[in-house]
Ligand binder design. Sequence first.
Ligand SMILES: Nc1ncnc2c1ncn2[C@@H]1O[C@H](COP(=O)(O)OP(=O)(O)OP(=O)(O)O)[C@@H](O)[C@H]1O
Ligand SMILES: [Mg+2]
Length: 133
Amino acid sequence: MTVQSCVKIRNEWDIVAARQMGRNVAKDLGFGTVDQARITTAISELARNIYLYAGAGQICIEEMNEYGKIGLRVIATDDGPGIADIRQVMEDGFSTSGGLGAGLPGVKRLMDSFSIDSESGQGTTINAVKWVR
Ligand SMILES: Nc1ncnc2c1ncn2[C@@H]1O[C@H](COP(=O)(O)OP(=O)(O)OP(=O)(O)O)[C@@H](O)[C@H]1O
Ligand SMILES: [Mg+2]
């Protein structure tokens, strides 16, 4: 059975709650403080995007144990407007809100694996994994 905990994202306080949940799970799994910070930063960016672009959604954290390899999966989902051009949003500096456009490329760099599943008008699911080293 997979252990999964989720936080609904509807306001800015929920972003803090998602971050806190991520830190607690990461600590329990044995991630070092630097990787805990990487994970919480990634969660903040994904939660902030949900709040800004979709209005609402959720962040789920899943504990992973694959053949003794311990890890953590972050799943960010929303039913917002979706992303038409995934390659474009992964470019450093691309933003539709006057932001830095550093969020998604940053999350990809901070985590070990990263994928976006989205289409225009279909909502967005982003999946990112980090392994304990
Ligand atoms: N959940 C989402 N739903 C719809 N569009 C999204 C979502 N997340 C990101 N985007 C789109 O991808 C673009 C890039 O996101 P990214 O987080 O990299 O930068 P940003 O939010 O614009 O700026 P920053 O995060 O640096 O403040 C956003 O401007 C937005 O158009
Ligand atoms: Mg962003």
